[in-house]
Design a protein around this ligand. Structure first.
Ligand code: PBG
Length: 305
């Protein structure tokens, strides 16, 4: 523990975007963050001795109505998991389980037939089944945690049931429980090319005016079998983190999302970035987050040295 900041690198998760094509490319809306091929990801990761946990997002060009590419055994995420587990044995691999990067609509679930373009209505039953398939494919490849982020009702229970049935009792679930319909995800949707093609995510993500629902969702996911729960975004939701910490005795993660990263990155000098980020991350920690997912982890390694 660094006594000056209260931040400890062991408590951080670094997100990675992995793509099927060769090389690495910087994400325009998130300076300093890249999409990597599996090879480049391995190169990057082996350099970072203090990173212990990563969160993987897959990129595909083959988007379909139901996002079936997300569960292919030879998909980019599944291949990446196997490669990381082979080359970097000590890394805890957490995988995002969602459809938004894989569906033509850019929505997090399979859509019900729609009569107009205004509102995205998710077919919950089909979506949850699809998410369980994706989670299983990640577990088979060797993921330590799967992290369902589609906000489909019952997704945690369905995934737990599927994993247990197939013998993956040891694969854990990090539930994106309190995920708000937020404008802070803008840069991420550019990274994954996953912006909704019509409507928005307010029919399945939480209304930020409502804190009661967020806590109910956390409680519900704990009952469904989550091993860790998440609040997302982090900085504008410190009150939720704090309340959840007081109420529930379960590891609590907070996601310092793309918009929070890019805001600081784009408006400040290098020196200010360090000060601003240490203040922000410490506030998230102080509010009660046990684990923080952040795009700043690489800088943090230098800053905490
Ligand atoms: C997928 C997902 C999103 C993020 C993580 N998983 C985007 C969304 O809901 O549109 C956002 C992460 C970030 O902004 O850094 N459902």
């Amino acid at each position: 523990m660094n006594h000056l900041t209260g931040l400890n690198l062991d408590d951080f998760i670094l997100p990675y975007f992995v793509m099927p094509k060769a090389g690495k490319e910087e994400i325009k809306s998130m300076p300093g963050v890249y999409r990597f091929s599996i090879d480049e990801l391995l190169k990057d990761l082996t350099k970072l001795k203090s990173v212990k946990k990563i969160l993987l997002f897959g990129i595909t060009k083959n988007k379909t109505e139901t996002g079936d590419n997300a569960y292919y055994k030879k998909g980019v995420v599944q291949n990446a998991i196997r490669a990381i587990k082979k080359e970097c044995k000590k890394i805890t691999v957490i995988t995002d389980v969602c459809l938004c990067g894989y569906t033509e609509s850019g929505h997090c679930g399979i859509l019900k037939e729609r009569k107009d373009n205004s509102r995205a209505v998710i077919d919950n039953k089909r979506t949850v089944k699809q998410l369980a398939k994706i989670a299983l494919s990640h577990a088979e490849a060797g993921a330590d945690f799967v992290a369902p982020s589609a906000m489909a009702a019952g997704q945690v229970a369905a995934i737990r049931k599927k994993l247990d049935k197939e013998g993956y009792n040891n694969t854990k679930i990090l539930a994106y429980s309190a995920k708000f319909a937020s404008s802070f995800y803008g840069p991420f949707r550019d990274a994954l090319n996953s912006a909704p093609q019509f409507g928005d995510r307010s029919s399945y993500q939480l209304d930020y005016r409502n804190s009661i629902w967020a806590l109910k969702k956390i409680e519900d996911d704990i009952k469904q079998g989550a091993d860790m729960v998440m609040i997302k975004p982090a900085l504008a939701y410190l009150d939720i983190i704090s309340k959840a910490k007081q109420k529930y005795n379960i590891p609590l993660a907070a996601y310092n999302v793309s918009g929070e990263y890019s805001l600081v990155k784009k408006v400040s000098s290098k020196q200010e970035q360090k000060k601003l980020t240490l203040e922000v991350l410490t506030a998230i920690k102080r509010a009660g987050a046990d684990i923080i997912i952040s795009y700043w982890v690489k800088d943090l390694i230098k800053w905490l040295r």
